[in-house]
Ligand binder design. Structure first.
Ligand SMILES: O=C1C[C@@](O)(C(=O)O)C[C@@H](O)[C@@H]1O
Length: 229
C-alpha cells in the first residue's frame, strides 16, 4: 500500500474478516493490540488484501504494554509479504515511551513497506495551526502523517479539514479524521480534502474507534461524495 490515492482499510482484530471485506476495502488494518494470536493469524493468512499492522500502546489509547516486545511484534509482522504498511506513533518516534520505534521504521523500509506515522487526541481537537504543525512532524518521520482527534463541534471538523487541505496543497501525504459523534461525517468528507486513509470495521459492532461507520457505509458515502465533486 503506497497511499497514492484514498485507501479504505477494514479495521479489525481478526484477519478472518478478509473475504467479507474484499468488496469494499482496499486493505486491512490489523490491530495487533486488540487481536488474539496476531502473529499466528498472519502466519495463516491467505487472503487477497494487503495489511497495515498497528500495535497501539496504552499511552496512545491502545491495549499494548509499552515494551520492546510491542515493537518486536511489528517487526515480525513486517516479515510477511501481505504486510505492506506499518503504523507507528509520532510520540514513539520522537522519544516518548521507553523504546525507540525508529528500528521498526527501518525494518519497514527494508521490506519496501509504507510507514504511517500517527497521532491521536481522545479529548479534543486543537486549532488548525496546531494540527498542521503536528501533521508536518508526523509526515517528516514517514510516508503518511495521520491524525485522529475528537471533535466537539463543527468548528473542530473545519479545523481538521482545513489542515488536511493546506497540507495536501503542498504535497504532504496525510490521513485525517475526527472521532466521536460530532466528528463522524469527517470520515466521509476528509478524503475530498486530501485524506489518504479511512478506517472502518466490517461489522459496526467491531469499531476500533469512536464514530466509525461500518465499511460498506463508508465506501458508499466516500464514493458518492467523490462522484458529486
Ligand atoms: O489510528 C487509527 C484511526 C482510528 O482511531 C479511527 O479513528 O478510525 C482507528 C484505529 O484503528 C487506527 O489505528
Amino acid at each position: 500500500m503506497d497511499f497514492e490515492s484514498f485507501t479504505l482499510l477494514a479495521a479489525t482484530d481478526d484477519l478472518g474478516v478478509e473475504p467479507a471485506a474484499r468488496a469494499d476495502a482496499d486493505g486491512l488494518e490489523l490491530r495487533l493490540d486488540f487481536a488474539d494470536e496476531p502473529l499466528a493469524q498472519l502466519d495463516a493468512y491467505d487472503g487477497e488484501l494487503p495489511i497495515l499492522v498497528t500495535n497501539r500502546p496504552t499511552w496512545e489509547g491502545g491495549e499494548a504494554a509499552d515494551t520492546a516486545g510491542r515493537l518486536d511484534a511489528l517487526e515480525t509482522a513486517l516479515e510477511h509479504d501481505a504486510v505492506t504498511a506499518v503504523d507507528l506513533e509520532l510520540a514513539a518516534l520522537e522519544g516518548a515511551g521507553d523504546y525507540d520505534a525508529g528500528r521498526v521504521a527501518d525494518t519497514a523500509r527494508e521490506h519496501n513497506a509504507s510507514v504511517v506515522v500517527s497521532t491521536h487526541n481522545f479529548e479534543s481537537t486543537p486549532d488548525r495551526e496546531a494540527i498542521v504543525n503536528r501533521l508536518e512532524r508526523a509526515c517528516a518521520h514517514g510516508d503518511v502523517g495521520k491524525m485522529a482527534s475528537t471533535a466537539e463541534s463543527p468548528d473542530d471538523v473545519l479545523a481538521m479539514l482545513g489542515a488536511s487541505r493546506e497540507l495536501t496543497a503542498i504535497d504532504e501525504r496525510v490521513a485525517t479524521m475526527c472521532m466521536g459523534a460530532a466528528g463522524r461525517h469527517s470520515r466521509a468528507v476528509a478524503p475530498l480534502y486530501g485524506s489518504r486513509i479511512g478506517y472502518a470495521p466490517v461489522d459496526p459492532a467491531d469499531a476500533t474507534a469512536p464514530g466509525q461507520y461500518d465499511l460498506a457505509t463508508l465506501r458508499t458515502l466516500v464514493e458518492q461524495l467523490r462522484s458529486d465533486a
